[in-house]
Design a protein around this ligand. Structure first.
Ligand SMILES: Nc1ncnc2c1ncn2[C@@H]1O[C@H](COP(=O)(O)OP(=O)(O)OP(=O)(O)O)[C@@H](O)[C@H]1O
Length: 244
């Protein structure tokens, strides 16, 4: 197992006067699921953006599998095995589920026949077979999240960044979605990093955790340790006992 599968070293991102991330140094271990926690505005999405290459850091470095990728383009990072999903899902709403998964494959140079076959594998993996010919706009939020996972799978990721995994998903659909995420790791050996607000979900999904506040990592450890940490309970959960 690579302990520093993904590593940020003193990573800083500023937007004008707003410092969204400040000297963030963290390591994500290969084959594990790591949670990024923190209140609104803590810098979680900015961290994902800096890892995926969507924002340029003001300072510090990002390493993936030992290579310095700080200056790599988003597409080079994607080719090297980093994929992400978004807080707000962005499918092509008029295209079918199958076509949505085929688009990135065909754009990568695959024949339509091959793209169709490969798309079927991913649609099957996320359990959307019954919806494959439906337009993406009719999907529920949970189904859209699974479509996003199928699209992410088409890039053959080694590291998958999942933003707000269960955000907006109705409660009964959550276990099925989490099951797909667990299988990504178990059956496809994908290292997962999740931003998620639901602590109950995280306790059942994540191994490790980093708690961000105002752009800084202030607590790290196992998910159980972080969830139980006094500072985390006070800031994040508004725990009256911890605040006292
Ligand atoms: N493109 C941008 N331009 C200016 N400020 C930004 C930009 N992106 C993020 N910020 C600011 O950086 C800080 C961190 O934002 P970020 O979205 O990373 O936090 P977050 O932890 O993901 O929050 P949330 O849980 O609400 O999604 C916030 O103060 C935010 O307003």
């Amino acid at each position: 197992m690579h302990r520093n599968f993904l590593k940020t070293d003193q990573l800083t991102v500023a937007f004008g006067g707003i410092v969204a991330l400040s000297n963030v140094t963290l390591s994500i271990a290969e084959g594990r699921t790591t949670a990024i926690l923190g209140p609104n505005g803590a810098g979680k999405t900015t961290l994902f953006n800096a890892i995926a290459g969507a924002v340029r850091p003001t300072g510090g470095r990002v390493f993936f599998q030992g290579a310095d990728i700080t200056k790599a383009s988003p597409s080079r990072r994607c080719h090297s095995g980093i994929a992400r999903t978004f807080q707000i899902t962005q499918p092509f709403s008029g295209l079918s589920v199958r076509e949505n998964v085929m688009v990135p494959l065909a754009a990568g140079g695959m024949s339509m026949k091959q793209a169709r076959e490969e798309a079927s594998t991913y649609i099957d993996f996320v359990g959307l077979n019954a919806k494959a010919e439906d337009p993406a706009r009719v999907l529920s939020t949970g189904q859209r999240k699974r479509l996003e996972l199928a699209r992410a799978l088409s890039t053959h990721p080694k590291l998958l960044l999942l933003d707000e995994v269960t955000g907006g998903v109705d409660r009964p659909s959550i276990p099925e979605l989490l099951n797909v995420i667990r299988r990504l790791r178990e059956e496809r050996n994908i290292t997962i990093v999740v931003v998620e607000h639901n602590m109950e979900v995280l306790l059942g999904l994540a191994d490790d955790a980093f708690f961000l506040n105002r752009g800084e990592v202030i607590v790290e450890g196992s998910i159980a340790e972080v969830a139980d940490h006094e500072t985390v309970r006070r800031i994040y959960l508004g725990d009256a006992d911890a605040a006292a």
